[in-house]
Design a protein around this ligand. Structure first.
Ligand SMILES: N[C@@H](CCC(=O)N[C@@H](CS)C(=O)NCC(=O)O)C(=O)O
Length: 220
């Protein structure tokens, strides 16, 4: 945190993951760390998220939000893209490479993240439904389909398309959410790709910052 910064993001007052870094403020922190932008964090309770003051910032009553002066943004994809466009380091200069990096940002959020979120829904929100046991393997297989395709595309490369970009930042963030299920480890090149992301100094700073914020607040 830096008192001189103009950037404020919101995060869970009590992250349900107790600081595993899976809440989406981590990806915004990571992007800000990559471009060395200091930021403040304003914690928001689940109750406050649904109240008018927060709904004015985020129409769906969620975190994270991003405020810088007069600009307020929601949606991590839009926030990370904005940060990447404002600073060097997260998008290539060449127009074609830049467009492809942005395509990977969309792929992470639009193609890879949805089946991973379905599993969370099935395991948590639909846990007590009579059909959940039958549905779970189908949801797991839909994740496998995507991971298999991504694994084939990545092959032995370090990053998805040349140098590390905002596309990798979002893809690694999304894949991290599949790790607790054990599915990520079925694809060793993807597991290694995620580990490379986690090893970046900027990710480590972002992770440590959210852990310091959430540490000791685990709700179970
Ligand atoms: N598509 C949104 C999803 C935001 C989202 O689901 N945020 C979660 C935290 S990681 C949240 O606020 N959950 C509480 C709720 O939806 O009530 C984004 O990428 O920013």
């Amino acid at each position: 945190m830096d008192v001189l910064t103009t950037i404020t993001i919101t995060a869970f007052e009590r992250s349900p993951d107790g600081g595993q870094g899976l809440a989406r403020d981590t990806r915004v922190r990571w992007a800000l760390e990559e471009v060395r932008q200091p930021y403040r964090v304003r914690p928001v309770s689940f109750q406050a998220m649904k109240e008018p003051a927060h709904l004015a910032l985020h129409p769906f009553g969620q975190i994270p939000t991003y405020q810088d002066g007069d600009l307020t943004l929601f949606e991590t994809g839009a926030i990370v893209l904005h940060i990447a466009q404002q600073h060097t380091g997260l998008l290539p200069d060449d127009a074609g490479s830049r467009a492809r990096a942005i395509a990977w940002m969309f792929a992470a959020l639009n193609t890879v993240e949805p089946p991973i979120l379905e599993l969370t829904t099935a395991k948590i929100l639909e846990r007590d439904r009579p059909w959940t046991a039958e549905r779970l393997p189908l949801v797991m297989d839909r994740i496998r389909d995507r991971l298999k395709q991504l694994s084939a595309r990545l092959g032995g490369a370090e990053w998805l398309d040349g140098a590390f970009s905002a596309g990798d930042l979002l893809m690694v963030s999304v894949l991290l959410r599949s790790r607790p299920s054990g599915l990520l480890d079925e694809y060793p090149n993807l597991a290694a790709y995620v580990a490379r992301g986690e090893a970046r100094p900027a990710y480590r700073r972002a992770f440590a910052a959210q852990l310091a914020f959430n540490g000791g607040q685990q709700t179970g």
